[in-house]
Design a protein around this ligand. Structure first.
Ligand code: AMP
Length: 569
């Protein structure tokens, strides 16, 4: 397909904010896409491979500037100047290409295959001396591009397509294009996406109207699956109402989700964001080979950190650095040990288990995992219909430094990617605070270019003093429909940056926000001496002056109140 056709589609998609219109535009387009062009589905999401693939384009703004400069024969300084005034490198590329095109003739016709071919070479290039090769690959595309093609090429390269199309819009467009929006079809397509995470594959099946084949899409060891997510209940009584009696009750461990795939001796570990983290956790590979029965399986688990001396469980923050660390792995393993708590099995010895009832899967977990405390165990679980027993179990979980409990329906199937009412979390009620943002860290991957975690501060004892009290990254994504996003917040904070070091910035205290949190702990990590556990974004508070945010005294008071009653507050 000509890339021009795709660029025009991007244009019409970004011209409307209405989801229904986007779906309509997209469904018309999808009807035109031939099977051999099915990989365009990746480009529609700004990607070159399925979502789970580690091969991302990852081009920095600097490199994009160089490519624009080279392809359009414009001085680099001018490109940067334009960037500063327009604020969007894609638009800069469009403008400069237009200016150039008035004096030269377009040399080639750009196709989507050529775009994919060149972009797919980018992640293969690593190490020294590859910058020029990358530059050549992008420049080659830009040289053949029309202005609007240049716009979307650059946006694709820097990972900021801005067409406002989510996976669910593509799903609905597929259903509309090939099944007249049949509800059942939407459901089946979603299931296939959840199980494969491969839009191109699902598109092919939908297009050929092999709905029954969609049903057959099976899990594959080595291919990451979106995890099943939990809903929330206020308390145990409500939890029982939601999941039924009796139910399975487990500790809600405070670590990070780890999906474990094994085939023969090969083990692959994925996070809930489908990142492959196998290299970071060599000990887990060893535990699996030693302590779990089975030739091939996919397990769902939570990896929890513990103190190597006292053996007490620690909060997620302690081990979070292990997830991204690429060096000193052995030292990290020694310093920040983890225990794997297996709570589900999705595949076992050649057979998918996700359509089996939870009770059966939980039993299988206990049959195959030979628990080795501080290495790998099956999660602590009771099956009960008795509220007093459940309360006692909950109390134990909190005493063991865990977040709360999970209540699970015994007959529920595993639904990848869904937030379901058959798996319920119960944790202590959250409290809220108004605080100010005084620092931030830029994100990576999809969030590169945007700040993705924020340092929060309260008022100190001296006038004008602000003391750090925690780091927050959650809650923002959930507010998208209300117009909040990482991008929005970054734009608000950018003019307030006072200093910058690598990905970390310090920010003038101005933006006040409301957050909820679960607990306050003493902490040497922040200069207030306190740290919030699980701070979550609730809203911007432009209405609140700095003088009204929480003070150190308020925090101390919250801490002593919490000691009295937070567990069952
Ligand atoms: P939340 O992140 O608050 O929505 O809670 C759900 C998360 O709790 C899951 O994604 C898991 O990472 C974690 N979790 C901890 N223990 C369990 C468990 N026993 N069963 C299921 N999820 C658990």
């Amino acid at each position: 397909m000509r890339y021009k056709r795709l660029a025009e589609l991007y244009e019409s998609l970004s011209a409307t904010t209405k989801r229904l219109e986007k779906t309509e535009i997209l469904s018309k387009f999808l009807r035109e896409v031939d099977n051999e062009d099915k990989e365009i589905l990746y480009l529609l999401q700004g990607d070159i491979y399925p979502e789970y693939s580690e091969k991302k384009i990852g081009i920095s703004s600097q490199l994009a500037i160089q490519a624009i400069s080279k392809a359009t024969g414009t001085e680099k300084e001018k490109v940067v100047k334009e960037w500063k005034s327009i604020g969007d490198l894609g638009k800069v590329a469009e403008k400069l290409t237009k200016e150039k095109k008035q004096s030269t003739l377009q040399s080639h016709v750009l196709t989507t295959e050529k775009v994919l071919e060149n972009l797919r070479k980018l992640p293969e290039l690593i190490g020294k001396g590859t910058v020029n090769k990358k530059l050549a690959l992008i420049t080659e595309l830009l040289t053949s591009a029309s202005p609007v093609e240049a716009l979307y090429l650059i946006r694709t390269c820097i990972g900021d397509l801005r067409i406002g199309v989510q996976e669910s819009t593509i799903r609905d467009a597929m259903a509309r294009a090939f099944f007249e929006e049949d509800k059942e079809a939407i459901d089946k397509i979603q299931r296939a996406i959840d199980r494969t995470n491969d839009l191109s594959l699902v598109f092919e099946m939908t297009k050929t109207k092999k709905l029954d084949k969609l049903k057959e899409v099976h899990l594959e060891v080595g291919k990451p699956i979106k995890v099943m997510l939990a809903q929330k209940a206020k308390n145990i009584k409500e939890g029982f109402e939601m999941v039924g009696k009796p139910c399975g009750i487990e500790y809600k461990y405070d670590g990070f989700r780890l999906l474990i795939h094994k085939k023969g001796k090969e083990v692959i570990l994925f996070t809930r964001r489908l990142e492959n983290v196998t290299k970071q956790f060599p000990e887990v590979v060893e535990y699996l080979n030693k302590y779990v029965k089975g030739n091939s399986f996919i397990l769902d688990s939570e990896a929890v950190g513990y103190d190597k001396k006292t053996k007490e469980y620690q909060s997620f923050q302690h081990i979070s650095q292990r997830i991204r660390r690429k060096y000193d792995i052995e030292k990290m393993q020694e310093e920040l040990p983890i225990e794997i708590n297996v709570f589900d099995v999705l595949y076992f010895n050649g057979k998918s288990q996700i359509d089996e009832p939870f009770e059966k899967r939980a039993k299988l977990v206990r049959e195959i995992v030979k628990s080795q405390p501080y290495k790998i165990i099956s999660s602590k679980m009771i099956i009960t219909d008795d509220e007093t027993k459940a309360e006692k179990f909950y109390k134990n979980a909190l005493n063991d430094q865990q977040e709360g409990i999970m209540m699970k329906s015994l007959n529920a199937i595993y639904q990848p990617g869904r937030r379901v009412g058959q798996m319920i979390k119960v944790k202590p009620e959250e409290r809220d605070l108004d605080l100010v943002i005084t620092g931030a860290e830029y994100g990576t991957g999809k969030r590169s270019g945007w700040m993705s975690s924020f340092i929060l501060s309260c008022k100190g004892n001296k006038p004008g003093e602000f003391l750090e009290i925690g780091k927050m990254g959650t809650g923002i994504k959930e507010k998208e429909e209300e117009g909040m996003s990482f991008k929005e917040l970054t734009e608000k904070l950018k003019p307030l940056i006072t200093s910058e070091k690598g990905k970390t910035v310090k920010i003038k205290p101005k933006v006040v926000i409301s957050v909820t949190y679960q607990e306050i702990q003493r902490s040497p990590n922040y200069n207030s001496g306190w740290a919030l556990r699980f701070p979550r974004f609730v809203s911007l508070r432009p209405d609140k002056p700095l003088s009204e945010i929480a003070s150190l005294k308020d925090i101390e008071k919250d801490f002593s109140d919490q000691k009295r009653n937070w567990r069952y507050g």
